[in-house]
Design a protein around this ligand. Structure first.
Ligand code: NDP
Length: 249
């Protein structure tokens, strides 16, 4: 066990699967205390058990990131416990469909989770970071923050928004010494396509990308990129990291 992040407290949203789970593991290995959030408390508990058996300090804080009041009260609890040094703003959902299908509930869900959830988490930790004049916020956007595809309009809209929020926050944070990193993964083999409610689109996404290991990234590949950004000296801020599977167009 290495101890690069000993004494640091990291909060990972969406830690119950995929990229968030991989980052939580990587942070724990490096000695950080990790706060695990997502809605599925059972998954968080078993991850917490795994990590604490390896000697990590872990805390489980189930929350729906789109619940403003719950995020505000969690923010207060985290501040009382000494604040957060590293936020991995990762929770997200991808119920994509053509705009003409008018799946308004799913649009609202993506906006609530992917944009508002990201903002609520920033708000929960930011004043503490600004006061202490240090901290690192890692927002997980996507290659869909730079481009878009048919059916991905609203999802890409949310990820473009995350990227804009990251870029703005980095500029506003200069005087506080707070670092901001926007991570833009290509296709990663996770549970994300399960959030697609449109049966045909979900089938297309899964058959195009899934089951072909070499065409996709693993959650650990993104965790490695995030750990790279977090491991730089204080005067270095990796602003953006775009990570493609070698074989993705
Ligand atoms: P997963 O579906 O495996 O993980 C998503 C995580 O977000 C889960 O832990 C889920 O937990 C959590 N989550 C979803 N909705 C909420 C909510 N309302 N409140 C709290 N937590 C929530 O997918 P990934 O690991 O792939 O996704 C992580 C991030 O990476 C997302 O922001 C996604 O957009 C982004 N991304 C993924 C790519 C990919 O190809 N997989 C590519 C580019 C970006 P729970 O259900 O327990 O709440």
């Amino acid at each position: 066990k290495r101890m690069t992040f000993k004494g640091k407290r990291a909060w990972v949203t969406g830690a119950s699967s995929g990229i968030g789970q991989a980052v939580a593991r990587a942070l724990a290995v490096e000695g950080a205390e990790v706060v695990l959030s997502a809605r599925r408390a059972d998954r968080l508990q078993s991850l917490a058990q795994e990590l604490s058996q390896q000697g990590a300090l872990v805390r489980v804080e189930p929350v729906d990131v789109s619940d403003r009041a719950a995020m505000e009260s969690l923010g207060l609890r985290l501040a009382e416990g000494g604040g957060i040094d590293i936020l991995i703003n990762n929770a997200g959902t991808m119920p994509i469909s053509p705009i003409i299908n008018g799946r308004v509930d799913e649009w609202e869900r993506m906006i609530d989770v992917n944009i508002k959830g990201v903002l609520y988490a920033i708000n929960a930790v930011y004043s503490g970071m600004a006061e202490r004049k240090r901290g690192h916020i890692v927002n997980v956007s996507s290659i869909a923050a730079r481009t878009t595809y048919p059916s991905a309009g609203v999802y890409a809209g949310t990820k473009h928004a995350v990227r804009a929020i990251s870029e703005t926050l980095r500029k506003e944070s200069i005087r506080f010494g707070v670092r901001v990193t926007d991570i833009q993964p290509g296709s990663v083999d996770t549970e994300l396509p399960d959030s697609i409610g449109h049966d045909k689109i979900r089938g297309i996404v899964k058959s195009n990308m899934y089951g072909n290991d070499s065409a996709m990234l693993k959650p650990e590949d993104i965790a490695n990129g995030i750990m790279y950004a977090l491991s730089q000296p204080e005067h270095v801020d990796v602003g953006e990291l775009l990570i493609w599977p070698t074989r993705q167009e």
